[in-house]
Design a protein around this ligand. Structure first.
Ligand SMILES: Nc1nc2c(c(=O)[nH]1)N[C@H]1C(S)=C(S)[C@@H](COP(=O)(O)O)O[C@H]1N2
Ligand SMILES: [Mo]
Length: 453
């Protein structure tokens, strides 16, 4: 063990340089893939690519453990070199906190089923926060370093392995680029040339690889990912209030009459939803009016039916309070949904014996999902028309969306406009792209919570 550690730590200056290099690449890949995963923009474009991207992000994220552990092995020696460089110490600590924080919260997000929504929520918040604080910091760090690196005489570390490390300075790694006083006192160019054989180039080679790396990686990374994500993020934040109220104000749907809330909906018996919906869609957001909207139930039913909006808003509705959980870690708690229980629609239509699954279609023409006939017996599955006493805005799937509280929200089809009973199973949009067919929430009772009318 001792021997092994000694061996690992040998020539540690060179090792730290390559460690820094590899770690930088890992962070760039994670930033690019992570920003693409979080951006609603890319949801529309990537399709199945999103699932591969997610795996790439997870695998590279796990791989980050290697440089972190490796650094910790070298840390004691590095720390001594940073004696008089408080800013580099601070920088090192910041970067370590970021990496370890991302790693742990990432692990929790990856294992969302194991840990359940509460932990996923906390992990997502941590992951996002570290990203929005850490990424600009790291970009800044890279850019200031690039400038500093242009002057090779100010480098404090050379990638060449010194023959003998007497002063303990040849191996020191300046990781901040801000504290250069110590570096200048022992010009590294002298040291570098001194330890190199005469036929080798004069300038230390890593300056070029690092510069080229940082330029291209940061440039491409920022343009490709931060670009669209940042633009849409700014866009969202400029419309200051992105609450449901403002979605409703700008609602492109033109349904009339508007549904009138039941007593239990207004004020909402749940007391009002807690949390924010992230607007997810794999298509442009569709909009509807009485002219182009209808709702049908067909397939293996005794009485297939089509409603127009005027007829549909007259159907008897019930009210329920339920939580809403996305597999990506966010939740919205205590939603007061008002709508028609799926069970009522099925009873009314009359299920034929051969029916195996209930297939749900979105008015976006692309998104579908399904549950089995058995699952469809749950009392709390709702064809929702109102949320917290107000119509559901187009952004959140209005005028009518499905709500299956005990399953992850990818089952809750937005812009629902058709229910078909089919003889076989159906693989939904995200299931076809790698999501689990089993969308049960951890600990789902798989039966009936509070329903009132
Ligand atoms: N038509 C349609 N329905 C959909 C989706 C979608 O992309 N299109 N995304 C699903 C996913 S993964 C989630 S988490 C929720 C998000 O609902 P929200 O956009 O109202 O927050 O809708 C689900 N239903
Ligand atoms: Mo989701």
């Amino acid at each position: 063990m001792e021997q092994w550690l000694k061996k690992l730590r040998k020539g540690y200056g060179k090792k730290l340089v390559s460690l820094h290099f590899w770690n930088a690449w890992i962070v760039v890949i994670l930033a690019v893939t992570g920003l693409m995963l979080v951006g609603g923009f890319w949801r529309e474009i990537l399709g199945i690519g999103r699932v591969w991207l997610k795996w790439l992000h997870i695998i590279v994220g796990l791989a980050m453990l290697a440089p972190v552990v490796y650094y910790l092995i070298l840390a004691s020696k590095h720390w001594k070199q940073l004696r008089n460089k408080p800013w580099q110490k601070v920088n090192t600590i910041i970067v370590l906190v970021l990496l370890v924080g991302w790693l742990i919260s990432g692990l929790v997000l990856w294992q969302f089923k194991l840990v359940g929504p509460k932990w996923s929520n906390a992990a997502l918040l941590t992951h996002d926060l570290l990203t929005w604080l850490g990424l600009p910091y790291i970009i800044y760090h890279s850019i200031t370093r690039t400038k500093w690196l242009k002057d090779s005489t100010r480098r404090t570390v050379s990638a060449t392995t010194p023959t003998k490390d007497i002063h303990g300075t040849a191996d020191s790694l300046d990781t901040s680029g801000e504290n250069t006083a110590a570096a200048i006192s022992t010009p590294s160019s002298n040291r570098t040339t001194a330890t190199k054989s005469p036929d080798q180039p004069q300038k230390p080679e890593p300056v070029y690889t690092r510069r080229a790396f940082i330029r291209s990686a940061v440039g491409v990374g920022l343009a490709v990912t931060l670009g669209p994500t940042f633009v849409s993020w700014v866009g969202r934040n400029l419309s200051i209030d992105n609450s449901i109220d403002s979605m409703l104000e700008n609602d492109p749907n033109r349904m009339s009459p508007l549904p009138q809330p039941a007593a239990a909906s207004s004020p909402p018996i749940g007391g009002g939803a807690e949390g924010h919906f992230r607007v997810y869609t794999v298509t442009p957001i569709p909009s509807f009016s009485n002219e182009n909207w209808s709702f049908r139930i067909d397939g293996l039913v005794e009485r297939a039916q089509v409603w127009n909006w005027e007829q549909f808003v007259k159907l008897a509705r019930t009210v329920q309070v339920s939580d809403f959980h996305c597999v990506t870690g966010w939740s919205v708690y205590k939603n007061t949904w008002e709508g028609i229980p799926l069970k009522h629609l099925l009873t009314q239509a009359g299920v034929k014996p051969g029916a195996h699954s209930v297939k749900f279609y979105s008015g976006d023409g692309v998104y579908t999902d399904a549950i089995t006939m058995d699952q469809a017996q749950m009392d709390d599955i709702m064809v929702a028309v109102m949320h917290d006493g107000k119509p559901i805005p187009a952004d959140l799937g209005g005028p009518v969306r499905l709500v299956i509280p005990q399953m992850y929200a990818y089952k809750s089809v937005k812009w629902l406009n058709r229910i078909e009973l089919i003889a076989s199973e159906h693989i939904g949009y995200w299931e076809e792209r790698g999501y689990d067919k089993d969308a049960w929430l951890t600990g789902a009772a798989q039966l009936l919570p509070n329903i009132s009318s």
